[in-house]
Design a binder for this molecule. Structure first.
Ligand SMILES: Cc1cc2nc3c(=O)[nH]c(=O)nc-3n(C[C@H](O)[C@H](O)[C@H](O)COP(=O)(O)OP(=O)(O)OC[C@H]3O[C@@H](n4cnc5c(N)ncnc54)[C@H](O)[C@@H]3O)c2cc1C
Length: 483
């Protein structure tokens, strides 16, 4: 121990039970990073009887945290909970011991699903309701995903091994659904969808943090797969953070906040905290961005701007009265080619993807931005221009100016604890390496593994929960052999 202040611990609860999954091979495991991925894996490993410690440089939650703006509490980061089946699989794994784990999230369908997409060819609500002129085209588009839907849970939660028959069946379904197309753009073009629907569908390539011509074809199917089941916890997304912390605490997980890891020695499973304190475990799992982890191991991994996923500016505004807007509105860029060129060059695009969430007096405007660690606040000319476009399109000119207070989280904020430049989903992988089929680098060394957004292409909540389940499976197979 150095003269450094000991890391602050936020969870001191004793173990409440002895899990039936506990083996004779209980290990001391250190997890780097207390974002959703680190916390989810911590609960799973705690369930198996391991002694788990999470080290978090800032506050637990990572990109999901609470901020108070104008006296109102906002949950930052993820706003749409998709693929709830992955969450249920996570809970089921935690209750394999037969203790039962009622779903504490109380997921509620989000009114309007994925929201109204304001394309240059007209407004398209997704899902497209019956009676809408695009309903028949939407139904035909959605049918293309039917073959994949029953297998998606497998793809998201099963280690990608061709020796596993379930994984092979799911992979075959993916190939049938994507029809041999490599990219989302290629798939959309081949379907000859009406322009407005095609534009709305293309928008969801951004779930991979990439333009449609760079994102794997799977992402063109995302609206079909999720539009009918978009949800949010009854008490907001922050409930997911509270739940993961509580599930971990009940399994003895210790979470140390303001404990920044500054060095990692994989062979010795040893980490050094800021100030010099050294902690040794049997095994380390990094839930950090892989480039950040490499630096902690003394390695240099290049991350050119053109090979990063997008970043964003999130504006959280406390309005004096409820906004006269639907729950979710989406404004895609007018031209995805121009948008892609700007992102790859690290330039601000003339118009960007904007996602608007209205919840009573709470307004969140999320603007996609290049991953160059810019500090973009509400007064920045580009941000103002994008907000004006949003307000004009939604028919609420001057809405943000009425706010009692506005807080902005910019690419600089996301860069502080994540990938260089604030790339939200980490490095951009080529389309042929994206999606569930690419070999995941979970095991970097027998004593150093990794989970989290940067390990999973398009690493939103389903991918990181699914990744935690996969790593739990794989670690279960090898931990008994670790000496
Ligand atoms: C604006 C925005 C909107 C989004 N919308 C959605 C959505 O609607 N749906 C969805 O599913 N996903 C969404 N996402 C993505 C989702 O929020 C993330 O994928 C997820 O929160 C990432 O979790 P993580 O644990 O992998 O990474 P992070 O949250 O980045 O966690 C990594 C943690 O590591 C910590 N850390 C870094 N360096 C160190 C160190 N040296 N020592 C110790 N700790 C360290 C960081 O402080 C951080 O807490 C959105 C993200 C953003 C930013």
């Amino acid at each position: 121990m150095s003269g450094q202040q000991p890391a602050a611990s936020v969870q001191h609860k004793p173990r409440l039970f002895h899990s039936s999954l506990t083996t004779d091979h209980s290990r001391s495991i250190g997890i780097l990073g207390g974002g959703l991925a680190g916390l989810a894996l911590a609960a799973l490993l705690g369930e198996r009887g391991h002694v788990v410690t999470v080290y978090e440089r800032d506050r637990a939650g990572g990109k999901l945290r609470r901020v108070v703006v104008g006296g109102l509490s906002f949950d930052t980061g993820p706003s749409l909970f998709t693929f709830p089946g992955v969450w249920r699989a996570f809970l089921a794994r935690l209750s394999e011991a037969g203790l039962g784990e009622a779903d504490p999230l109380d997921l509620r369908p989000l009114p309007g699903g994925l929201g109204v997409h304001h394309t240059p060819f007209g407004a398209v609500p997704l899902p497209v309701p019956e009676g809408h002129p695009l309903h028949a085209a939407w139904a035909a588009y959605g049918a293309a995903a039917d073959v994949l839907a029953p297998h998606l849970g497998t793809l998201l939660t099963t280690p990608p091994r061709l020796t596993d028959p379930a994984f092979r069946r799911a992979s075959a379904a993916l190939f049938r659904a994507t029809g041999g197309h490599l990219t989302a753009e290629g798939w959309v073009r081949a379907r000859r969808l009406p322009p407005a629907l095609a534009h709305a569908v293309r928008t969801h390539a951004l779930n991979a943090g990439l333009a449609p011509s760079d994102a794997p074809a799977l992402y063109a199917l995302i609206p079909a797969l999720v539009a009918g089941s978009v949800a949010r916890p009854a008490r907001g997304m922050g409930q997911l953070l509270d739940t993961l912390l509580a599930l971990g605490a009940a399994r003895g997980v210790q979470v140390h906040e303001e404990a920044r890891v500054v060095r990692v020695d994989a062979a010795a499973a040893r980490l050094t905290l800021n100030g010099g304190e050294v902690r040794r475990h049997d095994l380390l799992v990094s839930a950090l961005d892989p480039v950040r982890l490499a630096a902690l191991r003394g390695q240099v991994v290049p991350s050119p701007v053109a090979r990063r996923t997008v970043s964003g500016v999130a504006l959280y505004a406390a309005l004096p009265a409820p906004a006269p807007l639907p729950a979710t509105s989406v404004l895609p860029p007018a031209d995805f080619g121009t948008f892609r060129a700007a992102m790859r060059a690290g330039a601000l695009p003339p118009d960007t993807l904007a996602l608007v969430h209205a919840d009573g007096p709470r307004l969140a405007v999320l603007l996609t931005a290049p991953p160059t660690a810019l500090d973009l606040g509400p007064a920045h000319p580009w941000v103002r221009a994008q907000v004006e476009r949003v307000e004009r399109t939604l028919g609420v000119p001057g809405l943000l100016a009425t706010a009692r207070d506005v807080t902005a989280l910019s690419p600089r904020h996301y860069a502080a604890g994540g990938h260089p430049g604030g790339a939200i989903y980490g490095a951009a992988l080529p389309a042929w390496r994206g999606g569930p089929l690419h070999p995941q680098p979970y095991r970097l060394h027998p004593r150093l593994w990794q989970v989290g957004t940067g390990v999973h292409p398009g690493g939103g909540i389903p991918a990181i929960l699914g990744g935690a389940l996969m790593v739990d499976t794989l670690l279960g197979e090898v931990l008994g052999r670790l000496r």
